[in-house]
Design a protein around this ligand. Structure first.
Ligand SMILES: Nc1ncnc2c1ncn2[C@@H]1O[C@H](COP(=O)(O)OP(=O)(O)OP(=O)(O)O)[C@@H](O)[C@H]1O
Ligand SMILES: [Mg+2]
Length: 255
């Protein structure tokens, strides 16, 4: 942790743009996004397909570099770090649950969960690993390989793997997208608990208004730009806002 870093788990993006390609195939995935994710808060990010949600998360988590703009975690400017420093910072302070689970097929659930600790040079304690698996409801599946688990169970192993290092910030890209509604609610309650009980920061992309209603705040993205937000809204209000955004987008795109 640097001197200027208070380790608060707050994430701040200032004028972040991310462009892909060149010439006619140039795409602006993020267009001058400024957002703060205060420490100890739960934010949902919503928007139509292709609006830049995953790109936003990847830039905020230091997995992708913006074309321009600033990304800070606590007092650390991520865009100024070398690849090596960025990798270390991600390992120590950030958790990420992807849309695809990215589990290693040859490892058991507990070995997959223990992997981030091994990568950080720490010897994983069996009890610690089993406790995290128990929290995601997989206490009885520690010795199973991904191919022996359902999609929802694999998703929960991926979540356990993100939780094992006790990250300050957890980013989830549709972490409940592949889950049935009951398992999804359990995972959402777990994320809510990380914020309420442990003061961690959670940022989650979702297409599901009910999932988004677990967050303190919903930020809407359209065409790579922030298009308003809702605080403390219920699923109905969030769904209505999404419907308005999608209708406006369809009018804007000539068929
Ligand atoms: N590696 C890449 N190369 C070129 N264009 C890309 C790349 N990754 C994303 N894009 C483009 O950037 C835009 C934003 O993509 P992004 O994946 O962030 O959208 P999203 O909001 O997460 O969509 P979805 O809801 O479908 O997951 C899209 O137009 C996409 O085609
Ligand atoms: Mg996406």
């Amino acid at each position: 942790m640097g001197i200027a870093d208070n380790g608060s788990g707050a994430v701040e993006l200032r004028s972040v743009s991310r462009r892909y390609g060149a010439g006619e195939s140039r795409v602006t995935a993020l267009d001058g996004v400024s957002l703060a994710f205060p420490a100890g808060t739960f934010t949902a990010v919503m928007g139509p397909s292709g609006s830049g949600k995953s790109t936003l998360l990847q830039c905020a988590a230091g997995l992708d570099r913006p074309t321009s703009g600033s990304v800070r975690l606590g007092g650390t400017e991520l865009t100024a770090l070398s690849e090596r420093r960025l990798t270390l910072l991600r390992r120590e302070r950030i958790g990420f649950v992807f849309q695809a689970f990215n589990l290693l097929p040859s490892l058991t659930a507990e070995q997959n969960v223990a992997l981030p600790l091994r990568l950080a040079g720490r010897r994983p304690r069996g009890a610690e690993v089993r406790e995290v698996l128990r929290r995601v409801g997989l206490g009885g599946r520690a010795r199973h390989r991904p191919s022996e688990l359902s999609g929802g169970q694999q998703q929960r192993v991926a979540l356990a793997r993100a939780l094992i290092t006790r990250p300050e910030v957890l980013f989830g890209d549709e972490p409940t997208g592949a889950l049935d509604s009951r398992t999804g609610r359990e995972v959402l309650a777990l994320l809510r608990g990380m914020v309420d009980d442990d003061g961690r920061t959670v940022v989650m992309v979702t297409h599901d208004p009910l999932a988004a209603s677990y967050a303190d705040r919903v930020v809407f993205l359209v065409d790579g730009r922030v298009h308003g937000e809702l605080a403390g809204a219920g699923a109905g209000e969030i769904a209505a806002r999404m419907a308005t955004l999608e209708a406006a987008e369809q009018e804007a795109v000539p068929c």
